[in-house]
Design a binder for this molecule. Structure first.
Ligand SMILES: NC(=O)c1ccc[n+]([C@@H]2O[C@H](COP(=O)([O-])OP(=O)(O)OC[C@H]3O[C@@H](n4cnc5c(N)ncnc54)[C@H](OP(=O)(O)O)[C@@H]3O)[C@@H](O)[C@H]2O)c1
Length: 424
C-alpha cells in the first residue's frame, strides 16, 4: 500500500516542509522546535512524516502537551522508507524534506535519490562520510539538473565547524582583504549525551568498514568528500595523539567529530571555488589545559578514544552497546537543558601572524540533540523559505546557506558566532 496523507482529499499536498522521522528521538525534538518557532500552520506549511500512523498521532498529541501549542492541524505523512514509490511520493509532496531517519546508510538512500529526481530540497543529520560519498557519486548530476539542493550534516556535525569557519573567513576577508591560510577549531567545553540512533549509526559504520575497504578509505582520507578531481591538499588525516598547541598555549586531545567536520569544511572550500585558498589547512581538537595536568588529560582522553574505537571493532561489544542504548533512547530534558557547547576558532596566516581572527561559537543546549534539533530546523526552513545563491547539487551547510545561517541561528536557535579580540 502506498503512503497515506492527511487530509485525505489532498492527493498531492505541497508542503513547504516534511519532517521525516518525526517519531524518533531527534525527530521529535526537531518537531518541537518547529512548532514552538513557526506554529502548526502559518507561516510554514509543514507535516510530520514517519512509517507508523499511530506513533505519528501519538507524537502529535505529545507535541501539543509539551509545548502548549495545538499541533492538531499538523498533517501526517505516512510512508515506507524501504519503498521507492513511497519515497518518490514523499519527495513530490514537499519543497523540502528534512530527515532524522538513521542510520542513513541503512535507511536513507531511497529518499536522497527521490529528492534528487523530484527537485526537492533535502537536509539531514548524517555524519556517515562513506554514505555521503556514495550519495554524491550516485545523484549529483540528477540533483544539478532537477534543482534539488541536498545538504547533509545539518546538526552539531557539521554546522558549528562549517559555518564557524565561514564566519572567521568572512571576517579575515573584511579585515585583511584575503582569507586565512589556516583555521584551527578548538573545543573548550561541551556537555550532553548520546542517543540510540547516533550509536546505531556509528556501529553501522564500523560494521560496513570491516567488509568494505572503500568505506575505511573515505573515512580516513582528508579530502574524500571533495569533488573527485580535487581530492588532494596540504592536510593529513586527523591525529589520534595528544599534542601541544602553541597558538592556544594548551594541550589538545583528538576530537571525535573531527573526522567528518574537517572533510565538510574542506568540501565547502572546494565547492566555493577555493574561496579559502588552494593551500587552505583546517584542523580540530579538544583543549585540555596547560602544564602537566593538561598533558595528562590529553593523554587520558586520547587513550580513552582510541580504546573505545578499538573496542567497537569487536562484535560482542557492539551488541552490548546496542542493547544498552536502543533506538529512540537519548538524553533527558534536564540533561539537554543543562547542556552546552563552547568552541573557539583561530584563523591565521602562518607567514604573517599579525593577520589573525579569533572567534567563539556557542550553543545554549546539549550539542547532539537540544542544539542539533534547532540547527536542523533552521537549515530546513532556510531551504524552504530563503533566497539561496546556489542551484541544485550536493552542498555543505556553509556553501549553500552560510550567510543565512549566520543570521538565523543566533536569532532563533541559541547558537552564536562572535569575533573575539586576541589575548594580549
Ligand atoms: N549530526 C548530529 O549532530 C546528529 C545528532 C543527533 C542525531 N544524529 C543522527 O540522526 C539519526 C537519528 O538519530 P535518533 O537518535 O533520533 O534515532 P532514533 O530515535 O532511533 O529515530 C530513528 C527514526 O527513524 C525511523 N525509522 C527507522 N527505520 C525506518 C524506516 N525503514 N522507514 C522509515 N522510518 C524509519 C524511526 O521510526 P519509528 O519511530 O517508527 O521507529 C525513527 O523515527 C542517526 O543517524 C543519528 O546518528 C546526528
Amino acid at each position: 500500500m502506498g503512503p497515506l496523507c492527511e487530509p485525505a482529499d489532498m492527493s498531492t499536498p505541497r508542503y513547504d516542509l516534511v519532517l521525516w522521522g518525526a517519531t524518533g528521538f531527534t525527530g521529535k525534538l526537531t518537531a518541537e522546535y518547529l512548532l514552538r518557532t513557526y506554529g502548526a500552520t502559518e507561516p510554514l506549511g509543514w507535516a510530520l512524516g514517519g512509517r507508523n500512523r499511530e506513533k505519528l498521532e501519538r507524537t502529535r498529541d505529545e507535541l501539543s502537551a509539551e509545548t502548549g501549542i495545538d499541533a492538531g492541524a499538523l498533517p501526517l505523512f505516512v510512508g515506507n522508507g524501504d519503498d521507492d514509490a513511497s519515497m518518490a511520493e514523499l519527495a513530490e509532496s514537499a519543497r523540502v524534506v528534512c530527515t532524522t531517519v538513521g542510520p542513513y546508510a541503512r535507511y536513507g538512500s531511497g529518499l536522497v535519490a527521490a529528492c534528487a529526481r523530484a527537485g526537492t530540497h533535502y537536509c539531514d543529520l548524517t555524519g556517515e562520510v562513506h554514505w555521503m560519498r556514495r550519495m554524491i557519486d550516485a545523484h549529483e548530476d540528477t540533483a544539478r539538473k532537477s534543482g534539488a539542493r541536498i545538504v547533509h550534516t545539518c546538526g552539531f556535525d557539521c554546522i558549528p565547524s562549517d559555518v564557524g569557519t565561514w564566519f572567521v573567513q568572512r571576517e579575515m576577508q573584511r579585515r585583511y582583504g584575503a582569507p586565512a591560510e589556516q583555521v584551527h577549531l578548538r573545543v573548550v567545553s561541551f556537555a550532553g549525551g548520546f542517543s540510540g540512533g547516533t550509536l546505531a549509526s556509528m556501529l553501522n559504520m564500523v560494521e560496513e568498514a570491516r567488509h568494505d575497504p572503500e568505506v575505511m578509505r573515505s573515512m580516513g582520507a582528508p579530502y574524500s568528500l571533495n569533488p573527485k578531481d580535487v581530492q588532494t591538499g596540504p592536510d593529513r588525516s586527523e591525529s589520534l595523539l595528544p599534542a601541544y598547541d602553541r597558538a592556544f598555549g594548551q594541550w589538545t586531545a583528538p576530537f571525535v567529530m573531527a573526522g567528518v567536520n574537517t572533510k565538510i569544511v574542506r568540501r565547502t572550500n572546494a565547492l566555493t571555488e577555493f574561496s579559502y585558498g588552494r593551500g587552505f589547512r583546517y584542523d580540530e581538537a579538544i583543549l585540555t589545559g596547560g602544564g602537566p595536568l593538561g598533558m595528562a588529560k590529553a593523554a587520558g582522553a586520547a587513550a580513552a578514544q582510541g580504546g573505545g574505537m578499538a573496542a567497537t571493532t569487536l562484535a560482542p561489544v557492539r551488541r552490548m552497546l546496542a542493547r544498552r542504548m536502543p533506538p529512540g533512547a537519548g538524553p533527558s530534558k534536564a540533561q539537554r537543558e543543562a547542556g552546552h557547547f563552547d568552541l573557539r576558532l583561530l584563523a591565521q596566516n602562518p607567514n604573517d601572524p599579525s593577520q589573525r581572527v579569533h572567534a567563539r561559537v556557542r550553543g545554549d543546549r546539549d550539542p547532539g540533540y537540544g542544539s542539533t534539533s534547532k540547527m536542523l530546523g533552521e537549515a530546513a526552513v532556510c531551504l524552504a523559505q530563503d533566497e539561496l545563491g546556489v542551484g541544485g547539487g550536493f552542498w555543505t551547510p556553509a556553501a549553500a546557506m552560510g550567510d543565512l545561517l549566520l543570521e538565523r541561528l543566533p536569532a532563533k536557535a541559541g547558537v552564536t558566532f562572535e569575533i573575539e579580540e586576541p589575548h594580549a
